[in-house]
Design a protein around this ligand. Structure first.
Ligand SMILES: Cc1cc2nc3c(=O)[nH]c(=O)nc-3n(C[C@H](O)[C@H](O)[C@H](O)COP(=O)(O)OP(=O)(O)OC[C@H]3O[C@@H](n4cnc5c(N)ncnc54)[C@H](O)[C@@H]3O)c2cc1C
Length: 191
């Protein structure tokens, strides 16, 4: 490097350097401060957009797709039995005539619009041979357990012990039994 003062342009360089430092560096920072921050940018073009996020790895895409994939017959079956046994567990001890009718209609509707034709047709036969019994919560949940077992048997599945149906599908865990349905105070509730 040339010794200081030997370059005749040295004073010009020093002036430009000092001026640049004033424009580009915060006034409260020491010249040797390593946290130097530019005060303004001399570039006229807008800041470059951030680079696009890399695509998620294939295993993450697979998991996402699995969430929106159509359900299988087994998944719909499990979800439906879960709903039906929960309805039976919550069924009033003394249902109104309307509630008894609703239980019968629900089963009849299922046997028509259940989203698996083979299952719906089979369930129609099951209902014909075993008409809905919904005179009380106990009666309805035992009947449902029985017909579920009829389906289980036809599919070669284990028979569920119906004396344990209340332990498996108890009433919903709602504070102050807020989920309970109101029943009947009819003089003849079993009509
Ligand atoms: C109305 C209906 C008709 C169906 N018909 C057919 C059909 O024709 N062909 C077909 O392939 N699939 C059919 N399915 C689906 C099938 O019954 C099963 O839901 C599916 O095969 C998944 O079985 P899973 O072994 O997971 O248990 P699921 O039978 O779905 O039972 C879910 C859970 O309920 C409990 N459980 C089992 N049996 C009883 C019972 N008797 N009482 C109370 N709780 C019980 C067990 O804890 C079990 O894990 C039908 C489903 C419904 C709702």
């Amino acid at each position: 490097m040339a010794p200081s003062g030997s370059n005749p342009l040295e004073p010009v360089f020093q002036t430009v350097a000092a001026f640049s430092r004033r424009l580009l560096i915060a006034p409260d920072t020491a010249p040797d401060d390593h946290r130097l921050r530019p005060l303004l940018s001399l570039s006229l073009s807008p800041p470059a957009p951030p680079p696009p996020a890399p695509p998620p790895p294939p295993e993450v895409l697979k998991q996402k797709d699995a969430k929106v994939a159509p359900l299988t017959k087994e998944e719909v079956g499990r979800a439906t039995w879960m709903l039906l046994h929960t309805i039976a567990a919550q069924f009033p001890d003394e249902p109104t005539r309307q509630q008894k009718r609703d239980a019968k209609e629900l089963m009849a509707l299922l046997s028509r619009i259940y989203p698996c034709k083979e299952c719906a047709d089979h369930f129609k036969e099951v209902l014909k041979a075993n008409p809905v019994q919904a005179g009380s919560q106990a009666e309805f949940s035992q009947w449902l357990c029985y017909v579920h077992n009829v389906v289980n048997r036809s599919l070669g599945k284990t028979i569920f012990p119906c004396q344990r149906v209340n332990a498996r599908w108890g009433k919903l865990d709602c504070p102050d039994r807020a989920c309970d349905l109101e029943g009947s105070n009819d003089i003849m509730p079993n009509r």
